[in-house]
Design a protein around this ligand. Sequence first.
Ligand code: NAP
Length: 259
Amino acid sequence: MLTSIAGKSVIVTGGSKGIGRGIAEIFAAQGATVMIAARGEEAAQLAVAEIEAAGGTAAYHLTDVADWDSVQEMVAATVSAFGGVDILCANAGIFPQVKMVDMSPDDWDHVMSVNLKSSFLCVKACIPLFEKAGKGRVVLTSSITGPVTGYPGWAHYGASKSGQLGFLKTAAMELARYNTTINAVLPGNIMTEGLAGLGQDYLDAMAASIPLKRLGAVADIGNAALFFASDEAGYVTGQQIVVDGGQILPESLDAIGEI
Ligand code: NAP
């Protein structure tokens, strides 16, 4: 049993859909107050309404995580709504699939900005609050794609997700002086709106390649994030956990057939 995070203020970027929404729901169910940051208002409103209907406390702020001014406004809005930021879940990300032969330099830059630069911007904007509070928690959503595996069409995406882990290690050292930890969750294939957009053939192929024989649920990632955000994880920093149903384990396609 982890010490309660009730009353803590949490920002979840990309909290309006998919994994971010799963993180937001898990934290709200534990009594945290959750600021959902995303660009689309309809999904953000719906996420807040459903958290509140379940007895939780949430608000939303329309944010573009790739934009420094917008990220600073997100943090200011959270301080104004909830009095501070105890936990930052930098989760928002995109995964457009395009092979390098068709990928433009702008495609590359866009994915890097939304997935990687955003991690830096969100952490940077929270540093003064962590310093003032003398504590803090950051959880990044990375991926198995890039840090562990490759997949055609995701050269930029994989690079951005590996880049988050490079950022993580030095960030952990710099944040230590504020008694703040930063860790990363590396999801496998988790059933979300974004993943559904890749099509049923992709989903079927992925499910078949996972030893636990199912796609992950958003709560699987939310629970890992909850551990990193807990008091009990206070001595864990700069680390990563793969949550993928064992997908990265098989050495060959035959190995999957054996189980
Ligand atoms: P999703 O269902 O497409 O949801 C993405 C969320 O991010 C939405 O709330 C979206 O809202 C928000 N977002 C996108 N661009 C944004 C921006 N520029 N500024 C602010 N918010 C933005 O995606 P998901 O599958 O949950 O993925 C979430 C994270 O998990 C990503 O970092 C992804 O790389 C990672 N991940 C996912 C999987 C998987 O299997 N699903 C696996 C590994 C890693 P708006 O569009 O309204 O802004």
